[in-house]
Design a protein around this ligand. Structure first.
Ligand code: NAD
Ligand code: K
Ligand code: MN
Length: 345
């Protein structure tokens, strides 16, 4: 690549504080990536209030036509139904066919020589399950009745399975846990489980990956008791969403957990956390999740050296108490943490 065009979609709340931080970190890596251009793009609840559309066509077109990759912040979605509003992040994952949400959860050990207590990756299917959002409400003689469709396809389960096996193969332990609930949902989760397992049966290159299975409820339980048993976990959309927020609790804060939404031809970095309205505008949001998401995005595009430099800078900064934001028990400001990370990159 001669040039890198990165779409920036801060969206709402603390997204507007942490995405600029991620941009600064990318700018700091300089010549380890091609000449970079950033394109500011709109989406989110505030965009909806302003223009009546949470994901303007212009944003999608520029992402599709002009960007190599993107960074998304967080969106504030109302809990009640609002006519005309639909979450732009769910829509973006679909229109860009970003079928995998890859969420590494890593604890930072007090010194560089001790291995981290938690070091796992949640690989979440990103396009179907209950997130197809086909819900209906009807009135029956016994009152209201609501239904939702839960879609699991062989195609989506196979490609997420492949992504998970590839990630497992690249890690020292080469261990994959398939998360499901097929004791109850034998048709849908049964298809997910069997299809993911069949990926290894059909391709000899995965023969060294060890495979385990865990029902999603006990997976959460075991995650809290013995997180070290997990290496790569692959799950349908909803279970993956819940598991990765739970795993974030193990490493101190949602504010440090990054992700990428990845497809075959596009990747979008995104912190796992939401728009955090409770701390918005106070310069105390933890920028680590977003900065690590930028590194993960670059790593996914094979800019390994740039990604390593960002991650190493983050690792060294978060080992120092003076650079912990309030979510991690400290009193550092967002800007202080960003400055320290940029200096070390
Ligand atoms: P949240 O992730 O926004 O916040 C949960 C808690 O974690 C809050 O106490 C918050 O202050 C804290 N937190 C989150 N990120 C932090 C950071 N970087 N630094 C310090 N503290 C941080 O989840 P929520 O409160 O359930 O949802 C708030 C809004 O975000 C809702 O409108 C929800 O729909 C939206 N949301 C969006 C996304 C997304 O954009 N993909 C994901 C989750 C939630
Ligand atoms: K987010
Ligand atoms: Mn979530």
């Amino acid at each position: 690549r001669q040039k890198l065009s990165i779409g920036l979609i801060p969206a709402d709340g603390i997204g507007k504080e942490v995405i600029p931080a991620a941009r600064t970190a990318i700018e700091a890596v300089g010549s380890d990536i091609p000449k970079t251009e950033f394109i500011d793009l709109e989406a989110g609840w505030e965009t909806f209030l302003r223009v009546g559309n949470a994901l303007p066509d212009r944003t999608v077109e520029i992402l599709k036509n002009d960007c190599n990759c993107a960074l998304f912040g967080s969106v504030s979605s109302p809990s009640r139904k609002v006519a005309g509003y639909s979450s732009p992040i769910v829509a973006l994952r679909k229109v860009l066919d970003l079928y995998a949400n890859v969420r590494p959860v890593l604890s930072v050990s007090p010194n560089p020589d001790t291995p981290p207590a938690v070091d796992l990756i949640v690989v979440r299917e990103n396009t179907e399950c209950l997130y197809v959002k086909q819900e209906e409400l009807k009135i029956t003689e016994n009152g209201k009745e609501a239904r939702a469709t839960r879609l699991i396809t062989e195609l989506a389960s196979r490609r997420i399975g492949k992504m998970a096996f590839d990630l497992a193969l690249a890690r020292p332990r080469e261990h994959l846990t398939v998360i499901h609930k097929s004791n109850v949902l034998s048709v849908t989760d049964g298809l997910f489980r069997e299809t993911v397992r069949s990926v290894a049966e059909l391709d000899a290159k995965y023969k060294d990956v060890t495979i385990a299975e865990q029902l999603v409820d006990s997976a959460v339980y075991r995650l809290f008791r013995e997180p070290q048993i997990y290496d790569v976990m692959v799950a349908p959309n909803l279970y993956g969403d819940i598991l990765s927020d739970a795993a974030a609790a193990l490493v101190g804060s949602l504010g440090v957990v990054p992700s990428v939404n990845a497809g075959d031809s596009f990747v979008m970095g995104e912190p796992v956390h939401g728009s955090a309205p409770d701390i918005e505008g106070k310069n105390i949001a933890n920028p680590v999740a977003s900065i690590r998401s930028a590194a993960l995005m670059l790593r996914h595009m094979d800019y390994i050296k740039a990604a390593d430099r960002i991650d190493a800078a983050v690792d060294s900064v978060v080992r120092e108490k003076q650079y912990l934001t309030p979510d991690l028990g400290g009193s550092a400001k967002t800007s202080e943490v960003v400055d320290a990370i940029v200096k070390r990159i």
